[in-house]
Design a protein around this ligand. Structure first.
Ligand code: NI
Length: 269
């Protein structure tokens, strides 16, 4: 099911800083990925909240396959060009009543990546609604950097509670509701936030961070996985794909990659 997005859709992305919804798989396939995720949780424990970790695609083969799906990479390539690295993945699960929320922020203010050829594909593995805490975005905000301040709030999923303090025009706020198997795309500089899950069902999403190979880390060393095209720049250490879930080689690679990244402030939300 290759997904052709039109030039008009690309123009909407460039104008607004986000684009949704794009169906990249059937609801049944999304359900099967959710079953993979919940099987991992049944065996190894919760992937929610503080149990989250980045880059699970380095230790789970089904995630390694997912980040390479042409239905996702084709629209991403329309924006980033043909040579694409996967810089990170995050499983973003909000349990009913856990209070987890994300304050307004722009990812690129603290990701240490330049230039800003950075796109997140956010895949819904459950229904994602206003009630259960979907993302909301500020239309056009990717065009400039807004002022952020650190806040103290443990229920904020951002690592330092980085919050945009001014400049949120409520008339430009859009709620990105998604059905299972749909993605949204957003630019790394698009201001976004999300509310707590007020439903009685889990909200499950996978954020896949893609960057063009021309992007480079601004602080120290970093690593990434080539998922399409050729890396002629080699600004990032190459990562190795897993061949079996959680085997020694995959776990060792994940540890290596996290050590490379240590000291670089990461978004957790
Ligand atoms: Ni974010």
């Amino acid at each position: 099911m290759p997904l052709e997005i039109s030039d008009d859709a690309v123009n909407v992305f460039r104008r607004d800083g986000f684009l949704f919804p794009l169906r990249v798989m059937s609801a049944i396939e999304a359900e099967s990925y959710r079953a993979c995720l919940e099987a991992v949780e049944a065996e190894r424990g919760s992937l929610t909240g503080k149990f989250r970790s980045l880059k699970h695609h380095l230790v789970m083969t089904w995630l390694d396959g997912l980040i390479r799906r042409p239905e996702i990479l084709d629209p991403v390539a329309k924006v980033l060009g043909p040579d694409i690295l996967c810089w990170s993945t995050s499983l973003l699960i909000k349990e009913p009543g856990d209070g987890a929320h994300v304050s307004w922020h722009q990812d690129l203010t603290y990701w240490g990546l330049e230039p800003g050829d950075v796109v997140t594909a956010w895949l819904a593995l459950s229904p994602v609604t206003r009630q259960n805490g979907c993302m909301r975005m500020l239309r056009g905000s990717h065009a400039s950097r807004l002022a952020h301040a650190d806040t103290e709030d443990d229920s904020n999923l951002l690592s330092r509670g980085q919050t945009i303090t001014t400049g949120i025009d409520e008339d430009k706020v859009v709620y990105l509701e998604l059905e299972p198997g749909e993605i949204s795309l957003h630019h790394g500089n698009t201001a976004h936030a999300s509310d707590p899950n007020a439903s009685d069902e889990r909200r499950i999403g996978l954020a896949i961070r893609y960057i063009a190979t021309r992007v480079h880390p601004t602080e120290g060393q970093d690593s990434a996985m080539l998922v399409r095209g050729v890396d002629r720049f080699e600004h990032f250490d190459a990562e190795t794909r897993p061949t079996a879930d959680f085997d020694t080689a995959a776990m060792t690679e994940h540890d290596r990659v996290m050590a490379v990244r240590r000291g670089v402030m990461m978004e957790k939300g």
